[in-house]
Unconditional design. Structure first.
Length: 197
DNA sequence: GGCAAGATTACC
DNA sequence: GTAATCTTGCCT
């Protein structure tokens, strides 16, 4: 049904990988069933030179360690009570990553509703990074996994359904110059794109 | 709009 | 020890 994408896909600069991920599927297979969504919003984090990145100035900790590894690795981390998903970009050894912020459900909608809450409006199931992780059933146990291997993987999708938009990233208000970098990528007009607060 | 939840990490 | 963070949901 869904096939993991070629590992070579991830071997590209983070500012190219971030928009390339738009329109691809993110798929999670569990005993409860399969959930899949088409990615409509991402953000690039440019490791060493990006004050908003966890890996700014090559900061290497137990948490950021994974970003120094191969492109295509799964970088998950906890933000307060939520799990956020990142894709490690190339080249190997540079701590660059793409945050997946929003996606449109295409399979397993009932399962996502079960995980998120039955009476939410549909866009609220997955229009934010923490919401998306919960809807797909992604937890910290996937830290260090590969985005091109089951049961959690990226699959080739139909591409963008609207105009590609760029803009400043969300939630990084205190990072000086980096605040203005237009490294957020999303599909114009899509209701599954997250909102500023 | 305010604020708490509560993992990880930096800095005092 | 204290504060900040790539967020969300509930309260007023």
């Amino acid at each position: 049904m869904y096939q993991p994408i070629d590992p070579e896909f991830f071997r590209q600069p983070v500012l190219e990988l971030a928009p390339s991920l738009l329109g691809q599927y993110i798929v999670h297979e569990t005993p409860e069933g399969l959930a899949a969504a088409r990615i409509v919003e991402t953000e690039a984090y440019h490791g060493p030179e990006d004050r908003a990145a966890h890996s700014y100035n090559n900061r290497r900790t137990k948490r950021t360690e994974i970003m120094f590894g191969n492109p295509g690795l799964v970088y998950t981390y906890q933000m307060h009570t939520h799990t956020l998903m990142n894709v490690v970009a190339g080249p190997e050894g540079t701590p660059h990553a793409v945050l997946i912020r929003g996606a449109e459900p295409v399979d397993g909608l009932a399962l996502m509703q079960q995980r998120r809450g039955e009476h939410l409006r549909i866009p609220d199931l997955t229009n934010g990074p923490g919401k998306l992780s919960k809807a797909l059933g992604v937890t910290m146990k996937y830290y260090g996994n590969r985005w091109y291997e089951e049961p959690l993987f990226i699959a080739p999708g139909p591409g963008l359904g609207g105009e590609l938009m760029t803009g400043p990233r969300v939630g990084i208000g205190n990072t000086g110059e980096a605040v203005h970098y237009p490294w957020r990528f999303y599909e114009a007009g899509n209701p599954f794109v997250s909102k500023y607060r």
